[in-house]
Write a protein that binds this ligand. Structure first.
Ligand SMILES: [Zn+2]
Length: 470
């Protein structure tokens, strides 16, 4: 058995050596590979650090130095913030109960930043189910981006809560906001909203921010001349424009003396067919129970479909071209002959990450299925229910631009910029022809993909560079 202290000493020597080489002029073309390798080494180091942290915590040796607890000891000795020390203690404790995660961290296949999220999933009443699914959860998410990984874990938590009969936490209940003068010359506004309300506010802020961007751009063009402007030349930073957008929102609100009928945004929420059926059945059951409670004498022979009423969220005024009569059956999934399949389908458009469940906003924030079926008053939610293949109809070849329903369909399918190094949400992306229109590419679903502004420009720059090359 190696002496831990001696090994740590040796590690220090190795790292000193490494820092010595890095400081020298390097000619290696493999910087990216080296950074990646160091990231893996960092995971291994984190694994050892957390195991030792746990031992130290349990030993109570921090008490000798007069520290109130291990967290206080770490905070002082490592010079880190309270939250950092607290996370280290909490992750160390959680990791001691997650053997598969611990092994993956020690192998460098799972990063430290994932440990905290897995710890949250395994906490409380879910501990037993987590032990059952731990291996699967780690194996299936190894190649995922962090974003996809956190979504998978969030879905796993929802499904585990269902299995345990735990109520869904209500994010609407924990909403809060504060608005107060902060110091002498600044004002602080902070708000925590549930996802649906957040999407609604954010969309409006972004819309105003876009207007201000256009103003700034026009001003810079007038000042520097067309073709000479980059985002660095704009008068305001993105943060400043967002702040101004908030003020603009207040001014426009104040200018409207009569509340009248507010223009409401339609929020697209997507869910898979199976979750939709399960949630609908649950809703019917809840409603039946409620009715029988109200009127116990009257058995309820014919339970009406709770979604069949005039309040049906699909019937929100469709201001966008999705109401096109050519629109496929996807908004009326119950009418289709299609049967749900239990396994995730890699071809599925909504990228099912765990157990095939999809219940999220356009930008990929996971939301409770109940919210999609019974949205709050005043929010127009458009359900988009996918089948196992989730195929979307062609819209014909006649047009050159991806617009209206077809554009919307591709946003629903891809969800984000299709460049592997990008996670820009679909609503901020352009729909690009995979095979260019000039090269005979059709404007149809199969030939469309999402690219953000940056990657769309990059594609064209690279194409022109290739054309210029001999
Ligand atoms: Zn992109």
């Amino acid at each position: 058995m190696a002496d831990v202290a001696a090994v740590v000493d040796e590690l220090h020597s190795c790292l000193d050596l490494l820092n010595g080489c890095v400081a020298d002029d390097l000619d290696s073309g493999e910087f990216g590979g080296l950074v990646e390798q160091l990231g893996k080494a960092q995971c291994k180091l984190d694994a050892a650090t957390l195991v030792l942290t746990r031992r130290f915590d349990r030993s109570g040796m921090w008490h000798k130095d007069g520290a109130r607890n291990a967290k206080a000891w770490l905070r002082t000795r490592l010079g880190v913030p309270d939250s950092h020390a607290g996370n280290q203690i909490a992750d160390a404790k959680a990791l001691s109960k997650m053997p598969v995660v611990a092994a993956a961290l020690a192998e460098g296949t799972v990063s430290r930043s994932r440990v905290g999220l897995l710890a949250k999933a395994s906490s409380g009443e879910r501990a037993g189910l987590f032990a059952r699914d731990e291996e699967l959860l780690v194996e299936q998410t190894v190649g995922f981006s962090y974003r996809l990984f956190s979504k998978a874990v969030r879905y796993w938590i929802d499904i585990a809560n269902d299995e345990l009969g735990l109520g869904e936490p209500d994010p609407h209940e924990t909403r809060t906001a504060c608005s107060r003068g902060d110091g002498d010359d600044q004002w602080l506004i902070k708000a925590v909203l549930d996802v649906v309300a957040g999407v609604e506010v954010d969309a409006e802020l972004r819309r105003l921010q876009d207007e201000l961007f256009a103003e700034d751009w026009a001003e810079a063009v007038a000042r520097l001349g067309d073709g000479n402007v980059t985002t660095d030349d704009l008068a305001r930073s993105p943060g400043q424009r967002l702040a101004d957008a908030l003020v603009e929102m207040a001014r426009r609100s104040a200018a409207t003396t009569k509340p009248g009928a507010p223009a409401r945004r339609v929020i697209n929420l997507r869910m898979d067919y199976q979750t939709f059926l399960a949630e609908r059945a649950q809703l019917a059951k809840d409603q039946q129970a409620k009715q029988q409670q109200a009127d116990p004498e009257q058995p309820d022979p014919e339970q009406p479909d709770p979604l069949a009423g005039p309040e049906q969220p699909d019937q929100a005024p469709a201001s966008e071209p999705l109401a096109d009569p050519e629109q496929p059956e996807q908004l009326e999934p119950l009418a289709g002959p299609e049967q749900p399949e239990p396994l995730p389908d890699s071809e599925g458009p909504a990228n099912p990450v765990w157990g095939g469940r999809v219940s999220e906003t356009e930008a990929g924030h996971v939301v409770a299925p109940s919210l999609i079926l019974t949205p709050e008053d005043g929010v127009h939610v458009r359900r988009v229910v996918f089948g196992s293949k989730g195929h979307i109809l062609d819209f014909g070849y006649a047009t050159r631009l991806f617009t209206g329903g077809l554009r919307q369909a591709i946003i629903e399918r891809d969800q984000q910029c299709s460049h592997p190094y990008c996670e820009t949400p679909g609503s901020y992306c352009q729909v690009d022809h995979v095979i260019e229109y000039e090269d005979g590419g059709h404007t149809k679903e199969q030939n469309g993909r999402l690219l953000c502004g940056y990657h769309n420009r990059l594609k064209h720059t690279q194409k022109h560079a290739r054309k210029r090359a001999p």
